[in-house]
Design a protein around this ligand. Structure first.
Ligand code: AHR
Length: 518
């Protein structure tokens, strides 16, 4: 399946008030409910938590002796908020950090673990108090699958193999017994296993040919112990670097389950000027949304190269780092990648998730960067305080699509134009869950105009609208703060009617809606 056809109708400029409704029926979505082919893997809704800044330490892990209320050392407030997201998988320990991580530093009594230097993220001391046991216990508490990213850049195949044996072997080996001595009798089930991260950059600065050889070598020693079955993910490139994907696929596609793709949305003009995460105007709002839509083109490009060697789509594309990346917050520690999270970023999340869902045939795992306090975070903390970001709410609204069947759609959308550029005003995902309920998530990207959208529901006889929720805000740059934590948060949504198989809803400016049909 290729990207859903966007038919852009010419938009007649409307000269009315700021929140005027665009002309009726200009936004139309045909839903072919009887033509579902692909399931939206729950793993598209994965998270990424790296040893970076306050992502783990302070954000998730505070230790049992902390004054901050905790459960076995994990912040209780953060744990509860994350549990509500029903996270399917979490990627750890990096990122760039993974390719300098020695797993042996993070096991055994915490007081005896070595202090090391996190050379990638601020040269800060890593006390290794959060290691393998702590991460895997976190995944248990969240009901998520672990996604371990192994060290190929500076580690050896033997170290990697030992780590797998330590975690997954249930026999009488020295490493399995060491795990038991460290408090874990049963082996863990480890599914997702990344072999290197950005091996073209921070993960070793390799060429595609060299990495392809290393991938083949390392994956040989990524063994399945005691019935565990690893799902092996090769390191891919970012954006439109398709040749890397082609080389690695050509040399090793039959030895992998997935190859990764990273894509960060930069609202500003360049990496050196990414733009602030607060206080921006409509220019950086529009540019951010427009940049996020590039993900669709990049997935198509990598998918096409993968098709050359894998037309049956056995190998998945793992978009295991994505999200908005802005300039760091003024006054924050360099290298900690701290940024606020606005209504714009909520829309970047919904547009990106719509793109990922629409490629459910090839994209079967994705991980937003990152869970807490880093980049496009779900949660921000400050000492004892915690807030849920607008992006958190999008993930909460979109969880209805996890493991649901993607319903094919044709979208006719008006355009949101700004500074001579245009993007579609409407983006949507429609899916049907195991109980037969159809869920629609729909976004209005327009900064100042409402959109009426008609969903023409074909091949289904739904007759009831289940009231939904709406996320919007006073302004494109609205944020949640510790003083005003619910400034951007969902409210109930009932502005939808179902008549003769057509659902009509009105989306306020800069908004996201979820609702059900049965
Ligand atoms: O998410 C931050 C960093 O971005 C990751 O460590 C790296 O893989 C990517 O470049």
């Amino acid at each position: 399946m290729k990207r859903i056809l966007f038919v852009l109708f010419l938009f007649c400029a409307y000269s009315g008030s700021q929140t005027a409704v665009a002309q009726s029926q200009e936004n139309r979505v045909i839903v072919n409910a009887d033509q579902a082919e692909y399931e939206i893997s729950e793993h598209i809704y994965g998270q990424f938590s790296e040893h970076l800044g306050r992502g783990i330490y302070g954000g998730i892990w505070v230790g049992e002796d902390s004054d901050i209320p905790n459960t076995e050392g994990y912040r209780t407030d953060v744990l509860k908020a994350l549990q509500e997201l029903e996270i399917p998988n979490i990627r750890w320990p990096g990122g760039c950090f993974a390719d300098e991580y020695d797993w042996r530093d993070g096991i055994g009594p915490r007081s005896e673990r070595p202090k090391t230097v996190n050379t990638h993220w601020g040269m800060v001391i890593e006390d290794n108090s959060f290691g393998t046991h702590e991460f895997l216990r976190l995944t248990e508490l969240l009901g998520a699958e672990p996604y371990i990213s192994a060290n190929v850049g500076s580690g050896t195949p033997a170290e990697m193999q030992d780590w797998i044996e330590y975690m997954t072997f249930d026999g009488d080996s020295e490493l399995a017994n060491l795990r038991r001595k460290n408090g874990r009798e049963e082996p863990w089930d480890i599914k997702f296993f990344g072999i290197g991260n950005e091996s073209w950059g921070c993960g070793g600065n390799m060429t595609a040919d060299y990495y392809a050889d290393l991938y083949r070598r390392y994956q040989t020693y990524a063994k399945d112990y005691s019935g565990n079955e690893l799902y092996k993910i090769a390191s891919g490139w970012s954006n439109d670097e398709y040749d890397w994907t082609e080389t690695v696929m050509r040399e090793a596609h039959w030895m992998m389950d997935a190859i990764s793709l990273h894509y960060y949305t930069i609202p500003g003009p360049s990496w050196g000027n990414k733009g602030p995460s607060t206080g921006f105007g409509e220019d950086l709002y529009f540019d951010g949304l427009q940049a996020s839509l590039e993900l669709d083109r990049f997935i198509e490009g990598h998918d096409n190269r993968m098709d050359k060697f894998d037309p049956e789509q056995r190998v998945a594309l793992a978009v295991d780092e994505w999200g908005v990346w802005t300039d760091p917050l003024p006054g924050s520690t360099p290298g900690f990648l701290e940024q606020q999270n606005s209504m714009r970023d909520a829309l970047i999340a919904s547009l990106s998730l719509d793109i990922l869902n629409s490629h459910a045939d090839r994209v079967r795992i994705a991980n937003i960067a990152q869970t807490v306090n880093v980049l496009q975070a779900m949660i921000l903390t400050d000492g004892e305080q915690m807030i849920k970001t607008p992006t958190y709410h999008v993930f909460h609204m979109y969880k209805v699509h996890q493991n649901a069947m993607l319903l094919p759609i044709d979208v006719e959308s008006t355009e949101y134009s700004h500074n001579g550029e245009s993007i579609p005003s409407v983006s949507t995902t429609v899916s049907r869950d195991d109980d037969g309920v159809i869920h629609i998530t729909a976004s209005n990207t327009h900064a100042s105009e409402s959109q009426e959208v008609a969903f023409d529901l074909r091949g289904t006889d739904v007759d009831d609208v289940i009231p939904g929720r709406l996320l919007t805000a006073d302004s494109v740059n609205s944020i949640n703060t510790f003083e005003d934590p619910d400034n951007v948060s969902p409210v109930s949504f009932e502005d939808a009617t179902l008549e003769d198989g057509t659902l009509t809803m009105t989306l306020p400016p800069r908004s996201i809606v979820v609702l059900g049909l049965e």
